[in-house]
Design a protein around this ligand. Structure first.
Ligand code: FAD
Ligand code: MLT
Ligand code: ZN
Length: 489
């Protein structure tokens, strides 16, 4: 696999190169177990390379503090010494934001991983940033609550990481964005100051809502060390159905009908095209696809509520009418927990399946619902025109360009599965995809963020004035630009 290198970007001269005296200092505030140094046996590959194996840095040092005070001392020192730092959570980010570009120090939040407190009446959870999302959800499940967001990377990503990226995920349709559910944050600023707003208040209109600045800031103006979040009661009845439809038009109609007929119990509405399922079939070779016949599009609908009989009746009535109307031509409903998980697999494993053939170019966009799928058609046509695409011919770099995503949120994922990363494919797709999205007044980053990949393209979604304000904020809080340099703007 060819990993990207960065011919057009130069390491900033203003950043100091790590010296022995720096290591000596870190050893005074961290234990041996909290410091990982590159040596002949350890290349720190896990921390230097991203999930897609597309971006790789050359950091020689990973710091893994266990307390907020340690994070504060690290940043204060790095700021004074002009040492660049990359905050890192579970390293599941998909825009190259979580790994160094050059020799930045990796500040891993992995060991800052304690649940701080949970209020069983209000449902407010306070935890360290490094708690793994699935662990937080399991903790909540034991107490009858649920984490208000879910995503395929739940087994690795951190609560702090999803806040830093403002991740959307599979149930945003139901529980809303983290901008609404996060009640407070503890953040360490680049100069080491700790900003504590770990509120347990649903309402607080005293001054600017500063925490919002850090939600989605991708580690560029502060390191999130603590999160306070409002968690809903865990529904005790879940249903999942997996449906086949004949057109993207039908996907939209089923969505409207689902909103009308399922109402408050609708908790996820995901769509997938046939190409994405074909890649997943290769990857999940030992599993049978839920539907025996091929269909151009598939829909996964999840309902969750407090009374199984009520939800079952609603779902059944909805499916009957959708089939009678000819919108849905095939479908299954999970009969037990195992089937439910299996159906979700066919959606959640698409990212891994798209990447399994060698690599993947990912475009995560918001578009008006009527135009959502047209980007996939346009990308396929363009790749074919340029002679880059073939599912069988190994000499072609592109295997398939597939579309899937969170229809309920107007969010498409265009994944271009490749055998290898090449500049030719990248040039064919960029800025083409961003121009397409901009022409439809969409967003070039619906939920994955800007990171390294989209840094140069922010202008396709934000105005000059907005970019100016983003830069002003960055300069205000991180005037030495030590936090996550070369990314975002
Ligand atoms: P990392 O990848 O480590 O970091 C991501 C960014 O946040 C980096 O810029 C990093 O510097 C910064 N950062 C991390 N932690 C902190 C911190 N404590 N303080 C300050 N900055 C920090 N995203 C969605 O929105 N919806 C999905 O459905 C979804 N599904 C996914 C499925 C898979 C299989 C994968 C691999 C990823 C998926 N993602 C999804 C991408 C998503 O961005 C990440 O999974 C998650 O938000 C990142 O969490 P992380 O802890 O791994 O952060
Ligand atoms: C998803 O919805 O599966 C995620 O955002 C991850 C991805 O698109 O790769
Ligand atoms: Zn997604």
């Amino acid at each position: 696999l060819t990993v990207e290198n960065y011919p057009n970007i130069k390491r900033l001269e203003s950043f100091k190169k790590l010296g022995k005296e720096d290591l000596d200092y870190f050893k005074t505030i961290l234990s041996q177990q909290e410091i990982l140094e590159a040596n002949e046996n350890e290349d720190l590959a896990f921390y230097n390379e991203d999930w897609m194996r597309k971006y790789r840095g050359q950091s020689k040092l990973v710091l893994r503090p266990k307390t907020t005070e340690q994070v504060s001392k690290i940043l204060k020192y790095c700021n004074e010494q002009n040492l660049a730092v990359v905050p890192q959570g579970g390293n599941t980010g998909l825009v190259g934001g979580s790994v160094p570009v050059f020799d930045e120090i990796v500040l891993s939040l992995t060991q800052l991983n304690k649940i701080r407190e949970f209020d069983e009446v209000s449902g407010i959870l306070k935890c360290d940033a490094g708690v793994i999302l699935e662990a937080a959800d399991m903790f909540l499940a034991e107490r009858g609550y649920i984490f208000p967001m879910d995503l395929g990377a739940k087994g690795s990503c951190h609560v702090g990481g999803i806040v830093a990226t403002n991740a959307g995920g599979l149930r945003l349709l139901r529980y809303g964005s983290l901008h609404g559910t996060v009640l407070g944050l503890e953040v360490v600023l680049p100069n080491g100051e700790i900003v504590n707003s770990m509120n347990a208040l649903r309402k607080d209109n005293t001054g600017y809502d500063l925490k919002q600045l850090f939600i989605g800031s991708e580690g560029t103006i502060g390191v999130v060390t603590g999160v306070s979040i409002l968690c809903p009661i865990r529904p005790n009845a879940f249903n999942v159905s997996f449906l086949g439809v004949e057109s993207y038009e039908a996907v939209q109609k089923v969505f409207v009908q689902a909103k009308k007929e399922l109402g408050e119990i609708l908790s996820a509405f995901e769509f997938m095209d046939l190409k994405s399922q074909n890649l997943t079939k290769i990857h999940l070779a030992d599993m049978d696809h839920p539907l025996a016949d091929d269909h151009p599009f598939y829909i996964l609908i999840e309902t969750s509520g407090s009374k199984k009989e009520h939800d079952d009746a609603k779902l059944e009535a909805f499916l009957e009418s959708a089939m009678e109307d000819g919108l849905v031509v095939d479908g299954v409903v999970a009969q037990d927990e195992t089937e439910l998980k299996n159906l979700w697999q066919w959606r959640e494993m698409i990212p891994e399946s798209s990447q399994a053939g060698g690599g993947v170019y990912k475009y995560d966009v918001s578009l008006p619902l009527k135009d959502l799928y047209s980007l996939v058609d346009a990308a396929n046509a363009r790749l074919e025109e340029h002679g880059l695409l073939s599912i069988d011919d190994e000499s072609k770099p592109v295997i398939s360009a597939v579309g899937y995503g969170h229809v309920g949120d107007g969010n498409l994922h265009l994944n271009v599965a490749v055998r290898r990363y090449t500049k030719e494919v990248e040039k064919c797709l960029e800025p083409f995809v961003y121009e397409f999205v901009s022409s439809k007044n969409g967003s070039i980053s619906a939920e994955h963020g800007l990171g390294f990949q989209k840094k140069n393209y922010i202008g396709y979604s934000k105005s000059e004035q907005e970019i100016k304000m983003i830069k002003q904020l960055k300069n205000l809080y991180d005037s030495n630009t030590i936090l996550n340099p070369y990314k975002y703007v």
